[in-house]
Design a binder for this molecule. Structure first.
Ligand SMILES: [Zn+2]
Length: 168
């Protein structure tokens, strides 16, 4: 189990990308509650109904924030009452989140979004294909990646431009 649990950043991206468009039809990997709860448990969560409710709300807010449709302050209610508790170890201080267990996963996702926005501004972004609802984290030096996948959206968009040029 331990090696299948996602990092917080990995969970953030998986969560953002859980509403893909498949063959032109918008899908939702978390639409079926039983499957969604299994998905959350596999991602390191509790897999409870309460957790799923938090996750669905935060997913919608984070997707809107990363798309630039909503200000980041829409996430404020999700962080209400959350604290971080310091503890002294052998030679350093460690910080542990203090939050209701069914909210921990979403809080970690928000903190991962914040860490990315600070350390790598603009690197987390929506795919440039308007018909695609996926997101990408561009880790390349050039920071010029536009598509969630070169194989899927990259080639599709290139083919479309080629088609439009040849028609024009
Ligand atoms: Zn895409």
């Amino acid at each position: 189990m331990a090696d299948t649990v996602l990092t917080d950043e990995g969970f953030l991206l998986a969560l953002l990308n859980s509403t893909p468009v498949i063959d032109g039809v918008p899908a939702d990997d978390l639409a079926d509650p039983a499957r969604a709860r299994a998905w959350l448990a596999a991602a390191g969560g509790l897999g409870t109904e309460a957790e799923l409710r938090h996750v669905l709300r935060v997913r919608q807010a984070l997707q809107a924030v990363v798309r630039g449709q909503q200000p980041a302050v829409v996430l404020a209610p999700e962080l209400e009452g959350v604290t971080s508790v310091p503890a002294i170890g052998d030679d350093h201080v460690t910080w542990t989140l203090s939050v209701a267990p069914d909210r921990e996963l979403v809080v970690r996702a928000i903190l991962a979004w914040d860490a990315l926005a600070r350390q790598s501004p603009g690197r987390l972004r929506p795919c440039a294909n308007e018909e695609c609802r996926l997101f990408l984290i561009d880790r390349s030096k050039a920071n010029a990646a536009r598509w969630c996948s070169m194989a899927v959206c990259g080639n599709r968009m290139k083919a479309r431009r080629h088609y439009q040029r040849s028609r024009a």
